[in-house]
Design a protein around this ligand. Structure first.
Ligand code: NAD
Length: 536
């Protein structure tokens, strides 16, 4: 139902609104040679851009913020139309967080990337000093998913540009117009021609971008595509950050504020129609409060309106694509077959509950109702594979150890949350969970805190975006080492002699101990060696 490539429009991507089936717009796709040319052109721009000051880069990114702010509703409408997410959510979960990330990186990049002295221990006694400087990679290729089509690629592009790189983005084929908008924002902000380029197309265009050998790749998407990209990138040894899928657990202890936990679970599982990499996809609750938590969750879910994202009172939109809808239907069916109980939802034929949408004569089949499931266990297939839809399966546990073991029993490790009034227990449990981010009495939203590292453990990814760690992914450290007493040869230079070997023993046993006291005892041997070298 969404963007399609057809024979007559082989060079066009048609983007459609998943809530209505109506065309949102179309873009021209790039052939592999266009992608290659984009990367080559980008490299030329890079050589100029890398010489700009942080002040110039900051001015560009801050202007881009102003341009977004001036058209906040227009951009939110476009995001909502292409992805199906509610208009308000496009503002709260995409525009607001990326604006914050942009101001943070624009203001802070210079300090974070300032040259730093490196302590080199006893080498300092020999008159040596070291510092590291951070150099941009060059062309950063960005291949995002469709679920956060604005904030993820724009945030990565802003960070890349602040670090002195140029950028080529291949937006998801489901959300090309949002990608186009990102290019337009940089253009209107006065970015040099081609600093942030957009190339359109589906997987093959993404593959062409990988093959065009950018200097760094930032990929967001499924594990399966991530593996293909890692293989293809290895051909050119292109360093790659992979932001992949999740099956994120939420642990609710018996002492948690259940009202809050229920609200967190509903938002965590159903925002963006469950199509967030950090969606709650497994809820583990202490058996003593499972019934009460389920009751609260069902009550809150029943109150939600589902429909076209352009209505301000709609909380849940459609699935973004038919492919996603099928996965959700399959997972819910598998839960049923395995003996789990559907407490609410579970049937894609439930009419859309927004009155105006329900009245539409043509029914768009991409809606799936928010679905609450109990009796889930980790051996069910749907508790192991990423669903990426509005399902909230609930399982129970008896002890803290069991809760941790259940949460960690997954190939994924993106985020997790722990709900308890006992903060010491919360931290203790959080630190034992194998995930890139763990929240205590909070859920899902930390991608929105640009200052913090974002990325997964296990199959959820490699590398980080956001935070200083994410900025460091976009630069290469260069070590500059200086010898300030450039008068004498080094004791370890050639020619080697018995005196040299004795001195090397001293280096191994005394100097390499890190002890100044021990090192001073090797001075006579060192002087002997230097005299020997000077005589030659
Ligand atoms: P996907 O892997 O199908 O596609 C992602 C992107 O890769 C798209 O732009 C696509 O065109 C491109 N692509 C496809 N095949 C390619 C190839 N062979 N070479 C290069 N590029 C190729 O994923 P999706 O369905 O768009 O997104 C959903 C997935 O993204 C979920 O698994 C979700 O968890 C994950 N995700 C992760 C994060 C994170 O931060 N970890 C954030 C958002 C989404």
């Amino acid at each position: 139902m969404s963007a399609v490539l057809t024979a007559e429009t082989a060079d066009e991507l048609i983007s459609t609104n998943p809530a209505t089936g109506e065309e949102v717009g179309r873009v021209v796709t790039a052939a592999p040679e266009d992608v290659q040319a984009a990367v080559e052109g980008s490299r030329e721009i890079f050589h100029k851009w890398k010489t700009t000051s942080f002040a110039e880069r900051k001015a560009l990114v801050m202007r881009a913020r102003e341009i977004i702010l001036a058209d906040i509703d227009g951009i939110a409408k476009l995001i909502s139309a292409e992805s199906g997410k509610p208009f308000g959510e496009a503002i709260s979960m995409e525009i607001a967080p990326v604006l914050d990330l942009m101001q943070w990186v624009a203001r802070g990049a210079e300090k974070m990337l300032r040259p730093k002295r490196v302590g080199i221990g006893l080498y300092g006694l020999l008159g040596r000093s070291s510092k590291k400087i951070y150099k941009p990679y060059g062309v950063v290729g960005i291949i995002p998913a469709w679920n956060y089509p604005f904030s993820i690629p724009l945030g990565e592009a802003a960070m890349a540009v602040m670090a002195g790189n140029s950028v080529v983005i291949k937006p998801s084929e489901l959300t090309p117009l949002v990608g186009e908008k990102i290019g337009e924002i940089f253009e209107t902000s006065g970015a040099p021609d081609g600093l942030v380029q957009i190339v359109h197309g589906a997987g093959e265009t993404g593959a062409a971008l990988v093959d065009a050998a950018p200097d760094k790749l930032m990929f967001t998407g499924s594990v399966a595509t991530g593996k293909k990209i890692a293989k293809a990138a290895a051909e050119n040894l292109t360093p790659t950050v992979l932001e992949l899928g999740g099956k994120d657990p939420m642990i609710v202890f018996e002492d948690a504020n259940l009202e809050l936990a229920a609200g967190g679970a509903v938002w965590g599982a159903f925002c963006n129609a469950g199509q967030s990499c950090s969606s709650v996809e497994r809820l583990y609750v202490h058996e003593s409060v499972a019934d009460e938590l389920t009751r609260l969750i069902v009550e809150k879910t029943r109150a939600l309106k589902q429909g076209s994202g352009d209505h301000e009172d709609v909380s849940i939109g459609p699935m973004s694509s038919e492919r996603q809808l099928k996965i959700v239907e399959d997972h819910v069916a598998a839960f049923r077959e395995a003996g789990a109980k559907i407490e609410f939802g579970g049937n894609a034929d439930i009419p859309v509950r927004h009155a105006e949408d329900a009245d539409k004569s043509v029914r768009v089949p991409l809606f799936f109702p928010p679905t609450v499931i109990t009796g889930a266990t980790n051996d069910m297939r749907s508790m192991r594979e990423e669903t990426f839809g509005p399902t909230l399966p609930i399982a129970t546990f008896k002890t803290e150890e069991e809760a941790i073991a259940l949460a960690n029993d997954s190939e994924f490790g993106l985020t997790a949350s722990v709900w308890t009034r006992d903060y010491a227990k919360g931290r203790r449990v959080a630190e034992q969970i194998e995930a890139g981010s763990v929240c205590i009495n909070e859920v899902l939203y930390t991608h929105g805190i640009g200052q913090t590292p974002w990325g997964g453990f296990k199959n959820s990814g490699r590398g980080r975006t956001h935070g200083i760690e994410g900025l460091m992914e976009l630069v290469q450290p260069q070590h500059i080492h200086t010898n300030r007493i450039a008068l004498l040869p080094n004791a370890w230079w050639m020619p080697y002699t018995p005196t040299a070997v004795e001195t090397f023993r001293g280096f191994a046993t005394k100097f390499a101990s890190g002890s100044l006291l021990k090192t001073t005892t090797m001075m006579p041997q060192l002087l002997k060696r230097l005299k020997e070298l000077l005589k030659r």
